[in-house]
Design a protein around this ligand. Sequence first.
Ligand code: GUN
Ligand code: FE
Length: 426
Amino acid sequence: MKKRESFLLKGHICYSNEQGKLLVKPDSYAVCREGICQGVFKEIPEAFADLPIRDTGDCLVIPGLTDLHTHAPQYPFRGLGMDLELLDWLNIHTFPEEARYKDAEYAQRAYAMYVEDLKQSAVTRAVIFATLHVEATEILMDLLESSGLETYVGKVNMDRNGGTELQEESAQTSARETRRWLKEIEGSYIHTRPILTPRFIPSCSDSLMKELKKIQEEYHLPLQSHLSENPQEVAWVKELCPNAASYSDAYFQAGLFGGSEPAIMAHCIWVDDEEIALMKQQGIYVAHCPQSNANLASGIAPIRKFLEKGVRVGLGSDMAAGSTPSILRAMADAVQCSKLRWRYVDPVAKPLTFAEVFYMGTLGGGSFFGKVGSFLPGYAFDALILDDSSLRQPRRLELLERLERFIYLGDDRNIAGKYINGVPVF
Ligand code: GUN
Ligand code: FE
């Protein structure tokens, strides 16, 4: 393990301390002691006077970003099939591509490209779907472990509706492969953790869900899946689960809807008030994926309502349904989509503010990993140094304006440095 360093990071420091709040501390010091943030100070406190100073000049310093929902094997076809809806997109593009990961050599090549790009991006932590293949999932985990990123990775479970190429033979096979994966990776990683990953209800039989529940009880693993993304998908789940009151209830009845083990549900667009109450009760994390939702015409998630009801929300790229893995872009898209929802769907749902989406991309999603996503004392020291000097501007902007503009105009080329747990990634 690389040494967790101790130092003072000097710059214009911007971070959230609670939902909707954005703090801006010009020319200040974020203190990192052995990978843990000790707070942000205008003057160097006596206790930290011996630590070395790393001066970022006129750069902005923000917490690292968390991608709460993405698909590593879909990297090769991002930007394709964006004129389709979910179920056609899955059958035409997604499942055939994911089937290629049966071939370990292909997985190695494709995943190496994906991980290298993720390392260069503003993302410090991610929760990732692999494919149903154990060997390829382990290849991905090996690459991620050496990248310095902090991740959860799921070997996908699917025992129905994947066609001949992308489906496990039975619930028992799927469970057996999941156990084999968990055994094989035991003790192998520090930064790369397993997460249970039933793809979505149409991919997982009732017996498979029962098997996964047993595995969860044995291993105490969190879970990720998809929920209520597309109207046809929701109707299909109703047919597949006639005894469930809702799509959420189908997971809940299986004992796989949060509660004692945390769960991330991607999308959550077509959920009703009862489901939202259940989500709140079970501590569900919503992975809001606005670009994906626009690309596949899935709909616009009721994020304002989630915030009002106290449901936790982070941002997801959902690559490749979202064509970019950028969480900066996800912040901008979240604002944009919320405005369309307000204009066309729900005139009382006030659009999201910049501070609200900034929170979602940092502390909101980061909290899935524990004390992550802020520069509050005790938080993991994950930081990005943003150099916006090439984003030309004839007058001087306020720091908050610079940050907001960066979210819209900045990209990987403007990231001058990145720390995870106080360790420089580049
Ligand atoms: N639902 C089930 N699988 C997928 C997937 O790979 N991407 C998206 N966007 N939705 C899904
Ligand atoms: Fe997804």
